[in-house]
Design a binder for this molecule. Structure first.
Ligand code: HEM
Ligand SMILES: *[C@@H]1O[C@H](CO)[C@@H](O)[C@H](O)[C@H]1NC(C)=O
Length: 328
């Protein structure tokens, strides 16, 4: 009799406990704004499309912005904070990151239509999705419901991945964020669009570690071209596409280039130095890939959605900023 009562009480406790866990662990969901701001996604889409009319490279810039937001402290818009010299965006590892003005324009439109509803972190995630599609990449659904964080601290960005990180460092940095070797390959393939400054090529071309000179993994066919674009002691602000021959279109050419010694960034080239990452790349190029192999586009989308969930704040955590560049 007593034990029966204990069993019932235990069951009730488990139920109550489970209920609270369910509440505190709010999840992102596709169409989060359907009721509260039905045009949210189309407003962001139109803003990105407009921006791309005058500046096609903004697509790559917006895709990169999402990664840099998510990598530091989760996808919480922390990189957008602009009114503090110690804010995260001033970190060395975020050099060259942009697209802030596009996010702010979308935010302004959203505030006039549904004030205080759509987070800046979600705008960044949606803009990256729209950027991929507008660059001829796959269209996909983005779970939303992120809240904006209340911390933006330059020192938290100290461990951003660097072009000269070893493949082991890259793997462990991604693993720290819950991203696998496969995610590392697919997300690096975002370099299928966009450009790099010669600044990031200097060591790879003229001062490669160890031994100096240039990175021996660069194809001898490609090396003279890279050196011509980024001459030693030349202007480090000159930019070149990271996906040789296909820098404006989203496609798996970037992986083909990496495989063949035509990677532009050293970090991309290093994906061939590790058995696990190399075999992920190879998996998209088997003779029967088009019929039976994995789909690069599908796998990319899965990795993007996964990246978009890193450290998100949901429910009543954080805030919905009024402007993206400042805390409320
Ligand atoms: C694996 C670690 C990564 C490293 C070391 C790295 C490094 C870089 C570097 C050095 C640039 C050139 C920046 C400039 O000159 O302005 C760049 C550009 C870019 N990155 Fe990455 N990246 C990494 C991962 C990612 C990921 C995960 C994404 C997105 C999913 C991404 C998206 C981009 C895009 C789209 C650009 C082009 C930006 C533009 O055209 O202005 N990167 N990256
Ligand atoms: C930023 O982070 C560092 C390291 O965690 C900490 O020492 C510092 O107090 C933080 N700064 C602010 C303004 O929160």
């Amino acid at each position: 009799m007593v034990s029966k009562l204990m069993q019932v009480m235990a069951l009730v406790l488990v139920l109550i406990f489970g209920f609270f866990i369910g509440i505190s662990k709010a999840q992102l969901s596709v169409g989060f704004y359907t009721e509260t701001c039905p045009d949210a996604e189309s407003i962001v889409g139109a803003t990105v499309r407009d921006a791309a009319l005058s500046n096609p490279n903004i697509l790559a810039v917006l895709l990169r912005l999402h990664f840099h937001d998510c990598y530091v402290q989760g996808c919480d818009g922390s990189i957008l904070i602009d009114n503090d010299p110690d804010a995260e965006k001033h970190a060395f590892g975020h050099q060259g990151v942009g697209g802030y003005e596009v996010i702010e324009i979308a935010k302004e439109k959203l505030e006039s239509q549904c004030p205080g509803v759509v987070s800046c972190a979600d705008i960044v995630a949606l803009a990256a999705r729209d950027a991929v599609a507008l660059a001829n990449g796959p269209a996909y659904q983005v779970p939303t419901g992120r809240r904006d964080g209340r911390v933006s601290n330059i020192s938290l960005a100290a461990d951003m991945p660097d072009v000269s990180d070893s493949i082991q460092q890259l793997k462990s940095k991604f693993l720290d964020r819950g991203l696998s070797e496969k995610d590392l390959v697919l997300l690096s393939a975002a370099h299928t669009i966009g450009t790099t400054a010669c600044f990031f090529m200097t060591d790879r071309l003229y001062n490669f570690f160890p031994g100096g000179g240039s990175d021996p993994s660069i194809s001898p066919e490609f090396l003279p071209e890279l050196k011509a674009k980024c001459p030693q002691d030349g202007d480090v602000n000159v930019r070149l596409p990271m996906d040789q021959g296909s820098g404006e279109t989203f496609d798996k050419k970037i992986l083909e280039n990496i495989r063949g010694g035509f990677a532009v960034l050293q970090s991309d080239a290093s994906l061939m130095e590790d058995e696990a990452t190399k075999s992920v790349i190879d998996s998209y190029f088997g003779p029967l890939n088009s019929q039976f192999g994995p789909s690069f586009e599908e796998d990319f989308v899965n990795s993007m959605v996964k990246m978009g969930q890193i450290g998100v704040e949901t429910g009543s955590d954080g805030e919905i900023r009024r402007v993206c560049g400042a805390f409320n």
